[in-house]
Design a protein. Structure first.
Length: 243
């Protein structure tokens, strides 16, 4: 049965599957174009010989999506708890599943006094201690992550960095370590108070790419339709000759 599979339809179907994965990825990127600290997902393709088809038929598949951690543009907000990072580091936050890392510096004060993310995860100081407001005075956060409030030093933000490929996405702007990867101090990363880092999604490029992938998908659909029609006509001709 495997030997009778149409190699054109098999390759086209594999291409459609790869394009569907690309469409999902591109749609998610565009949806998060305005999410602070969001890092764009990208993909690269590989060709594999399909074991269910002829040996000469190569099927395109997405080898592995990867995250582009390039710096986003810093945008001035003027809010004391909006923090942007310039450099390769990450903020550390305390989630129910353990410490996670983010570039989204849109923080707020919870009723408990803790400074938290939109998800309610506490922003951590060095030593794993949550940053907690001690008064109604605004916090002053230095470029090195040092935090003061009303002249009192509260600590220093836990700013960390990871090796390439050591983080995986845990949502739109949160990351978790891969395989027990350990962070190192982000020495060269600077904190900018009153600013947010915008996403690094190239909106125009992503929109053009989305249209292109959709067109490819439609062409592959037509290829399968044409291939099926050719097979149907071939069967009819064989039947007619055999009569």
């Amino acid at each position: 049965m495997a030997e009778c599979m149409d190699p054109i339809a098999t390759t086209a179907a594999s291409g459609m599957r790869a394009r569907m994965e690309s469409l999902d990825m591109l749609a998610n990127n565009i949806a998060n174009a305005s999410t602070a600290g969001y890092k764009v997902d990208r993909e690269f393709y590989s060709l594999y010989s399909d074991a269910m088809a002829d040996d000469n038929v190569l099927s395109p598949v997405i080898e592995k999506p990867w995250t582009d951690f390039s710096q986003g543009t810093l945008q001035v907000t003027g809010k004391p708890l909006d923090l942007a990072l310039n450099g390769t580091g990450f903020f550390a936050v305390n989630s129910p599943s353990g410490t996670l890392y983010t570039r989204n510096g849109s923080f707020q004060t919870a009723p408990s006094g803790n400074v938290v993310t939109a998800e309610g995860y506490a922003l951590l100081l060095t030593g794993g201690v949550p940053l907690r407001s001690q008064s109604s005075s605004p916090m002053e956060i230095g470029a090195d992550g040092s935090v003061k409030q009303g002249g009192i030093v509260l600590g220093r933000l836990e700013l960390v960095d990871f090796a390439v490929g050591a983080l995986t996405k845990q949502g739109a702007s949160l990351f978790g370590p891969v395989g027990g990867a350990t962070p190192k101090a982000a020495i060269s990363t600077q904190v900018h108070q009153g600013k947010l880092e915008g996403s690094n999604v190239p909106s125009a490029e992503s929109a053009v790419r989305l249209v292109s992938v959709m067109r490819h998908f439609e062409m592959l659909q037509k290829t399968i339709t044409i291939g099926s029609e050719m097979n149907r006509r071939a069967i009819e001709e064989v039947a007619r000759v055999g009569q």
